[in-house]
Design a protein around this ligand. Structure first.
Ligand SMILES: [Zn+2]
Length: 96
């Protein structure tokens, strides 16, 4: 499955680091409200390690995922258009 692991102690330290708040809306969350969210989604090559996991409320968790996917698609499309337009920005070599 996922690479890496986050122990209960590490997770507790992460939540404490974020002051017990959601990493996105910064709301103080109840213990049973906190979910683990991957900064870099596992499907994008992220790891299930302490440096890639942040506390997140259920609302932001579901919101962010759809947003991120859409943003990702847009970026990919833009990059593809840019790179496929040809290397005209580098300028022609001047020889006279
Ligand atoms: Zn939130």
């Amino acid at each position: 499955m996922a690479h890496g692991d986050v122990s209960a102690a590490e997770w507790a330290a992460i939540v404490e680091y974020f002051d017990g708040r959601c990493a996105y809306c910064l709301r103080v969350l109840a213990e049973d409200e906190v979910t683990q969210d991957h900064v870099i989604a596992l499907v994008r090559g992220g790891t299930h390690t302490p440096d890639n996991v942040v506390p997140c409320c259920g609302r932001c968790n579901s919101r962010k995922h759809s947003k991120l996917v859409l943003a990702m698609v847009n970026v990919r499309v833009q990059c593809h258009i840019k790179t496929s337009s040809g290397p005209t920005a580098s300028g022609p070599p001047s020889s006279s």
